[in-house]
Design a protein around this ligand. Structure first.
Ligand code: KIV
Length: 259
């Protein structure tokens, strides 16, 4: 059965952790969906992880539409969140046009990077029927390098008040990226909608990881991430084996050809 925002919200109410992973292509989305993931995020991390861009800022609406469509063609059950890329939600008018484009591709929800300064845009989107996820803390589109947000009392209060304002404006999910555990716990307890953490400790209502980090495809291992597999090594070995087998004429063998 297709998972809705109500299903995700219910998990917070009953204290059952929400699982989210990024995906950018059909096959990965299909495997995640079959594995029973709650939600798939078509993140603008597609830019640095799959498209070779230097920064999330290079990701365009065309990129997001292309990858969101690929993911949505595969998904049967997971709740699909698509990122609004840099510059696509700067004012209410372009936010509405671009959110519609992503939901037309099949996304169930759009995610916007912001603190409280975009509460007005969240409100317009929510009033027009879009399900909105607010991305708080470290915002790759806005900040140059990863850093912890909410270390001091003033910034922590700003984040907490920002999260409350965004929920009041109609946000139905909040991603917390790189906030200290104690602040994530406080925000998760204070707001009525689920928090999904990345580098924000174990007290968020759910967790999200970038699929390349989870599968061990990235060269770097970030402190917040864990490699649940080592696909980069496995891919390398498989490619080497293939190259050797072709060179030595071991492949294709009789099993792979017709006489
Ligand atoms: O684009 C992305 O992958 C994200 C996650 C880091 C939350 O926004």
């Amino acid at each position: 059965m297709k998972k809705t925002i109500n299903h995700i919200a219910q998990k917070k109410r009953i204290g059952c952790p929400i699982t989210m992973v990024t995906a950018y292509d059909f096959t990965t989305a299909q495997v995640l969906d079959e594995a029973g993931i709650d939600s798939i995020l078509v993140g603008d991390s597609v830019g640095t992880n799959h498209l070779g861009y230097k920064s999330e800022r290079e990701v365009t609406m065309d990129d997001m539409a292309h990858h969101t469509s690929a993911v949505c063609r595969a998904v049967r059950e997971a709740f699909v969140v698509a990122d609004m890329p840099y510059g696509s939600a700067d004012d209410a008018e372009n936010a509405l046009v671009n959110a519609k484009r992503l939901t037309d591709c099949g996304a169930d929800c759009v995610k916007i990077e912001l603190w409280d300064d975009k509460a007005g845009i969240v409100r317009v989107l929510a009033e027009n029927g879009f399900t909105v996820c607010a991305h708080m803390g470290y915002n790759p589109q806005r900040h140059n390098k990863p850093q912890l947000f909410g270390r001091d009392a003033a910034q922590a209060a700003e984040l907490l008040n920002g999260a409350l304002a965004l929920c009041d404006a109609g946000a139905k999910l909040v991603v917390l990226e790189m906030t200290p555990n104690s602040l994530s716990r406080k925000i998760s307890a204070a707001i009525p909608v689920p928090t999904i953490g990345i580098g924000s400790g174990n007290d968020c209502d759910g967790q999200v990881l970038v699929v390349n980090d989870l599968l061990g495809m990235s060269r770097r291992l970030f402190k917040h991430a864990h490699r649940f597999a080592n696909l980069r090594e496995k891919m390398f070995e498989a490619f080497k084996d293939y190259i050797d087998a072709v060179k030595s004429r071991e492949f294709p063998g009789d099993d792979h050809s017709w006489k």
